[in-house]
Design a protein around this ligand. Structure first.
Ligand code: DGY
Length: 327
């Protein structure tokens, strides 16, 4: 509830290191309480801290469920996440209680598409393995079969999920003179024509693609859609890239597929859990590149995301139209 003496709204922020540009917007109008560390707020602390606040500014690492909403109290007006993904938020429960939810679509599309391209090429051209080899004396001579991998030119690329980010990736992929771009999506995408992407069934995409790129949100229908049988349908030469959410993948099935060369390699910006434990077999596999969830991590993008997160809060608190409300 509003601060009694100042009449200002109270906002809880789940990390101490949120970008300044967004914080500045909030500070002018609200009283801010922040988790004191540059780390994910521990659950217990989170539950203690949200009691009585009007708004919560969170990240994809903060689970927003009934328990959080209960302890926050009925004055809570808005949850604003500094992410486009919203699988960590119980939307049904928010809706039931009339709590608005803000997120950050569009502003991170290009950064995430760029990182997806980087990860794809890093994986297919074996960059981490090659650099390590160069640094540790494995670079003995130029050799014709040394560090070879699949190329994009003339390849068939399958996009699983063809929303904003999937389309932005497809446009970039196309500039590498691929033969075909296939996509699998719940809905027909009008934009596909312009890009020249062909809608196919999931199984067909798996069978036909040299590269399989995952850009779909985590929803019940996509959970672990990449299971043992999916990897078995893929080409042995296939490169698998995931920049969406780790939970779309049955990770043990992926490990099995990589260890047994059922697919050629994988590039992952997202895993289960996050951070990925150091003893994960994924870290030991030469044909797997693991990045620490940095898809949207350009300097400008992160600033813009924080500004949008703040703008969503301010609009909701003042009963104005939110710039990016999740319905
Ligand atoms: C998101 O926005 O959902 C990403 O995972 C982090 O930028």
């Amino acid at each position: 509830s509003r601060n009694m003496s100042t009449g200002r709204f109270r906002v809880y922020i789940t990390r101490s290191d949120m970008p300044e540009s967004g914080l500045d917007l909030l500070k002018k109008k609200c009283d801010i309480k922040t988790w004191k560390e540059a780390s994910t707020v521990p659950r217990e602390e989170f539950l203690k801290s949200v009691a009585g606040v009007d708004a919560i500014y969170c990240t994809l690492s903060d689970k927003i469920d009934q328990e959080v909403l209960n302890v926050a109290g009925p004055q809570l007006k808005v949850i604003s996440t500094i992410s486009v993904g919203y699988d960590h938020i119980d939307l049904t429960e928010c809706k039931k209680r009339g709590i608005k939810v803000g997120y950050t679509p569009n502003v991170l599309t290009d950064a995430t598409a760029e990182l997806t391209m980087a990860l794809l090429l890093t994986t297919s051209r074996r960059l981490p393995e090659a650099q390590l080899d160069a640094k540790t004396g494995g670079w003995v001579s130029w050799a014709p079969n040394y560090m070879t991998g699949p190329g994009l030119k003339g390849a068939t690329v399958g996009m699983v999920g063809f929303g904003r980010i999937g389309q932005a990736v497809a446009k970039r992929v196309k500039s590498f003179e691929t033969a075909r771009i296939l996509y699998f999506s719940r809905s027909e995408r009008a934009e596909a024509n312009e890009i020249g992407a062909i809608k196919v069934e999931f199984d067909e995409l798996l069978k036909e693609s040299d590269f399989v790129i995952v850009c779909a949100p985590l929803v019940p229908e996509t959970k672990e859609m990449f299971n043992k049988s999916a990897f078995e349908k893929m080409k042995r030469s296939a490169v698998f890239v995931n920049t969406s959410r780790g939970a779309l993948v049955d990770q043990n099935a992926l490990i099995y597929a990589l260890e047994n060369k059922i697919i050629w390699g994988a590039g992952l910006d997202v895993t289960t859990p996050e951070p990925l434990p150091l003893d994960s077999p994924l870290f030991k596999l030469k044909n797997c590149v693991v990045l620490p969830h940095i898809g949207s991590a350009t300097i400008d993008t992160r600033n813009t995301m924080s500004e949008l997160t703040a703008a969503n809060i301010l609009a909701a608190l003042h009963n104005a139209k939110m710039p990016a409300e999740l319905k």
